[in-house]
Design a protein around this ligand. Structure first.
Ligand SMILES: *[C@@H]1O[C@H](CO)[C@@H](O)[C@H](O)[C@H]1NC(C)=O
Ligand SMILES: *[C@@H]1O[C@H](CO)[C@@H](O)[C@H](O)[C@H]1NC(C)=O
Ligand SMILES: *[C@@H]1O[C@H](CO)[C@@H](O)[C@H](O)[C@H]1NC(C)=O
Length: 213
């Protein structure tokens, strides 16, 4: 009975003609393309999740299935650098725009840093084509040092206030990059079993906020 009463009042509250505040529209990703040595064809996917649609808070996930860098005596220099540029068509209703990377990004991935001489950095550089307000690009970055072998999850703070789309949305360009350096490493000890293909997948998560123009 209590629940019925509660629902009744809730219904009334929604029915009251006090909605001079428009609901915040949901953004969309209608298309994406990618290229680079860190993302052969068929290895990238994306998804948009609602965190709180009432406040216009979302997250964009980018899955990079072939992004793991390798460094050490047995690997070529080109294996130690992976770059992937992803272009996302982000749509939002007219009168609105989106901001991303304001709070930085989260990154999950696999690394094999065999000794303390193996170090690396990951970064993502976000920019909106033809953005007219705010900064041109926003970078999130983290650095690593060995010894470490396995899956990591890290939060990368943003430099600056994120990037803002044009009104109505636009093309979000994200350059993902990871580099390892193994200068001086001569490691030849225990490496462990080969990781499974799922362990090697990287995921990058960034907040998307819907703002009024
Ligand atoms: C997606 O974008 C690419 C590159 O801009 C374009 O060639 C392709 O036609 C687009 N696909 C759709 C379904 O819009
Ligand atoms: C969304 O945000 C509103 C306003 O801050 C809050 O009242 C509501 O509980 C939130 N919803 C969820 C699912 O977190
Ligand atoms: C980030 O991307 C923007 C737009 O492509 C570019 O102008 C800027 O130089 C890049 N920043 C870095 C540090 O690579």
């Amino acid at each position: 009975m209590k629940l019925t009463t509660f629902l009744f009042f809730l219904g009334c509250a929604f029915a009251l003609p006090t909605t001079n505040i428009d609901p915040i529209p949901r953004p969309t990703i209608t298309n994406f393309t990618y290229f680079g040595a860190g993302c052969p064809s068929g290895t990238v996917s994306t998804a948009l999740y609602a965190i709180n649609s009432t406040t216009g808070s979302y997250q964009v996930y980018t899955y990079l299935d072939s992004f793991t860098p390798w460094a050490g005596p047995h690997f070529a220099i080109k294996d130690s650098r992976k770059i992937c540029t992803v272009n996302l068509e982000v749509g939002i209703a007219q009168g609105w725009k989106v901001r991303t990377n304001n709070g930085g990004s989260d990154v999950k991935g696999y690394l094999m840093l065999l000794d303390e001489k193996v170090t690396g950095t990951w970064r993502a550089n976000y920019s909106f084509a033809s953005a007219t307000t705010g900064s041109i690009s926003s970078i999130a970055a983290v650095s690593f040092a060995g010894p470490f072998v396995g899956i990591f999850i890290k939060h990368a703070d943003a430099e600056g206030q994120g990037v803002v789309s044009p009104c109505g949305g636009g093309t979000l360009n994200v350059e993902h990059q990871v580099r390892l350096s193994s200068a001086g490493s001569t490691y030849s000890g225990y490496i462990g079993p080969d990781p499974g293909p799922d362990e090697l997948k990287w995921t990058v998560v960034s907040g998307v906020e819907v703002l009024r123009c």
